[in-house]
Design a protein around this ligand. Sequence first.
Ligand code: NAD
Length: 296
Amino acid sequence: MAQTIGFIGLGNMGGPMAANLVGAGHAVRGFDLVPASLDAARAAGVAVAGSALEAAEGADIVVTMLPAGQHVVEVWTQLTGAVPAGTLLIDSSTVDVESARRAHALAEARGCPSIDAPVSGGTGGAKAATLTFMAGGSAEAFARAEPVLKAMGRSVFHCGAAGAGQAAKICNNMILGISMIGVCEAFALGEKLGLSRQALFDVASVSSGQCWSLTTYCPVPGPVPTSPANTDYRPGFAAGLMLKDLRLAQAAAASAGAATPLGAEAAQLYALFNALGHGAEDFSGIIRMLRGSEAG
Ligand code: NAD
């Protein structure tokens, strides 16, 4: 069913996501602080608004896709001061679990159903409408959100109550950060031992070392031709975003009292990699820092 949707945050992810909602037949009104993002959205068929509240006016559903928790709480504070009760609010940004829960509480106080629905799949997935959504919130809110999320993604999971989507996202990305470092260390050691990259890949990809960081996103050039290692670590998934997600996982672990020693180590290694000026490179490029050389 065609809906009227407000979309706030039309950046690298939000721009193509809003365009896919237009493509699915929804009436989309969007807002962003950056004029170039508004121009791109207009060209994709999004009606451009002059403010977040104007984008939300008359909307059945409002989606936010913003940089971090503080932006989401700020925009949802505005929204929940103005939209009618019953408006469905969806946040797809990656934010800390605490901010996600604060946003849900604002919505609840207004009588608005709400969902935290962060994504995995990157800008390629946003353009191709193949994102994975992991959602937290009530069953009723999820049932209303699901068809709209499906217009922007391929897989949509209901992970539990408020904040569960963000929890799933940071746990998944903590596995990814740790496993990528593990795979990088194995290749760096194999190289020192005179083992060819292909031989290590052939064995580990069908043995107990098998994982996504190895078989889909291999951090050395050669074995997986589509991995960023073959294009001098052009992202892909930027190291700066991996650091953001690892820090969110660490903050959540501290407040929940969970021991995550390898998550902490991965966050430190990505902090160092970013501090050395590699934040815009693909996160698999950390192999160059780990082996202590720039050799491809
Ligand atoms: P981005 O910086 O390209 O886009 C964010 C947009 O929000 C910007 O255009 C900015 O101008 C806008 N914005 C900020 N404050 C605003 C406000 N008050 N009102 C209106 N607009 C405002 O970032 P992105 O890459 O699109 O990522 C968005 C979110 O998705 C982040 O939380 C990120 O962690 C997450 N994410 C990104 C990727 C990726 O590969 N880029 C993958 C998964 C998840």
